[in-house]
Design a binder for this molecule. Structure first.
Ligand SMILES: Cc1cc2nc3c(=O)[nH]c(=O)nc-3n(C[C@H](O)[C@H](O)[C@H](O)COP(=O)(O)O)c2cc1C
Length: 176
């Protein structure tokens, strides 16, 4: 199985990319591509710019990465209760590729994390209700609260209850 692990943030040190990478590592017999949005140079979408340049090549590359994956493991940053602007911009560009649903009917493990106690619950709710309309086949949803207490950069999730919750979700996806 090939996994595309995405941090839904354009932060260079994204905690969501760290979580996505860790969650992807829990799957058996898999190859993983990490998508690092902080390295993607893409202008702010507008219909005027689109009429000048058509689809930005970075969005086409992102769509190709999605198409090559069997499973998308994504963790969303929450900024003011919504998507990180850099992530939303990439999605807007990608959604303009003709005849495309952004997630192209791919299986998805959808997550969010934040330093706070709600663990990105608001953006997670938004995505859980809207991503299926964009062609995501949601196989599991997980929130990691209090990232800096529950996650170690080397060990991964150190809260045993939360690790168990995620492991059960991963196991279910593994066997299907
Ligand atoms: C502009 C801004 C808005 C934020 N809004 C929220 C928020 O609504 N909810 C939340 O839990 N954390 C919020 N945070 C804190 C982020 O969760 C934190 O910066 C986290 O590291 C973002 O994930 P990332 O590292 O993957 O970008 C906000 C941070 C910034 C810079």
């Amino acid at each position: 199985m090939h996994i595309l692990a995405i941090g839904g943030s354009n932060s260079a040190n994204s905690i969501n990319r760290q979580l996505a990478q860790f969650a992807a590592s829990l799957f058996d017999n898999s190859t993983v591509t990490i998508y690092n949005l902080s390295k993607i140079d893409i202008p702010l979408f507008s219909v005027q710019l689109e009429s000048e340049i058509n689809i930005h090549p970075a969005a086409i590359d992102f769509a190709n990465e999605i198409d090559q994956a069997d499973l998308i493991v994504i963790s969303l940053a929450e900024n003011n209760g919504s998507y990180n602007a850099g992530f939303k911009n990439l999605i807007d560009w990608t959604s303009r590729i003709s005849d495309r649903k952004v997630w192209n009917n791919k299986s998805m493990l959808l997550m969010a994390t934040s330093p706070g106690a709600r663990g990105g619950a608001t953006v997670l709710e938004t995505a859980a209700s809207y991503f299926p309309r964009m062609g995501a086949d949601l196989k599991g949803i997980f929130s990691l609260p209090k990232f800096h207490e529950t996650f170690d950069p080397i060990e991964g999730i150190v809260d045993q209850e939360l690790l168990q919750t995620l492991s059960v979700i991963v196991e279910k996806i593994n066997v299907n």
